[in-house]
Write a protein that binds this ligand. Structure first.
Ligand code: ADP
Ligand code: MG
Length: 265
């Protein structure tokens, strides 16, 4: 049986026993979780707990010198330790990162970058793609450089480009962290639309330290602390009955921030 035809039982992502050492130090310890087709799952945790290393393991972009063990199956294909170029089509992952400015070439107009990224795409296709993330006025847009867009516009463009991938798994690592709250809402709407309306079987792994943001988008939550998965629950369950002491602190802090009982004067 080839990797592409391996059985996956509706699982878009299955991580088992994932363990990672960076410069000889264990940073991720025995992670086990899975994501179903059409599901939006968040990976929550404080800065430095290992979220991005987990994402990079799944995407295949770990830095040199990292030792990895365990199993990562994307659409049933084992990809643990494989960079994207070594993967079959089914094992590749669409990605969106926090820093949209580094995802685009600062010295090239957006029109030229779009033509390079999507050779052969018609003007109509490009217009529809940009409209789907709320970007309009293609001729003016195409003549601009990345620095001439706002952070939110750049991020929406990155999401639109990621959506061009036929991959059924999208990983977004802190895509809204650098944005103001209104822009954040817009990007969350775009992500929701990209999964629900554009490709309903697409699964999303949304990485954030912000439980309030995650709650707006995701149905299921995974919580990490110090390289370990400490809780896995539906978002409703997590918000109403957090089990692990770290999750309890996270949820209570988010609730206090959202609903202040008194205002300092
Ligand atoms: N390239 C690297 N070299 C050395 N240490 C790293 C490297 N990447 C990550 N780490 C360490 O691994 C831990 C987890 O990092 P990371 O996954 O980026 O955390 P998060 O995304 O949750 O903020 C941190 O302690 C970080 O300092
Ligand atoms: Mg990170």
């Amino acid at each position: 049986m080839t990797g592409d035809t391996a059985k996956n039982d509706g699982l878009v992502l299955a991580v088992a026993g994932l363990t990672l050492w960076v410069a000889g130090e264990k940073r991720i310890a025995n992670l086990n979780f899975s994501v179903n087709a059409g599901e939006r799952v968040c990976l929550l945790g404080a800065s430095g707990c290992g979220k991005s290393l987990t994402a990079k393991s799944i995407i295949g972009t770990l830095p040199a010198g990292v030792k990895i063990s365990g199993s990562i199956r994307v659409n049933g294909v084992e990809v643990c330790g494989q960079p994207p170029v070594m993967r079959s089509h089914a094992g590749r992952v669409a990605t969106v990162f926090q820093d949209s400015s580094t995802a685009l070439n600062p010295l090239m107009t957006l029109g030229k970058q779009l033509r390079l990224a999507l050779p052969g795409a018609s003007q109509d296709h490009l217009a529809a793609m940009l409209a789907s993330v709320g970007l309009a006025d293609i001729p003016r847009f195409a003549a601009r450089y990345p620095a001439e867009l706002s952070g939110g516009q750049r991020q929406r463009l990155c999401i639109a480009l990621a959506m061009q991938s036929s991959s059924s798994l999208l990983i977004a690592d802190e895509p809204t962290t650098a944005l103001d709250v209104l822009t954040q809402q817009r990007v969350l709407d775009v992500l929701r639309h990209a999964c629900d309306d554009q490709k309903p079987d697409r699964a999303l792994l949304f990485i954030t330290h912000d439980v309030a943001v995650a709650a707006q988008l995701c149905q299921h939550a995974l919580v990490m602390e110090n390289g370990q998965l400490v809780e896995s629950a539906s978002m409703v369950q997590l918000l109403q009955h957090p089990q692990h002491p770290y999750t309890q602190r996270l949820v209570h802090a988010a609730k206090r921030a959202a609903l202040p009982c008194s205002v300092a004067v």
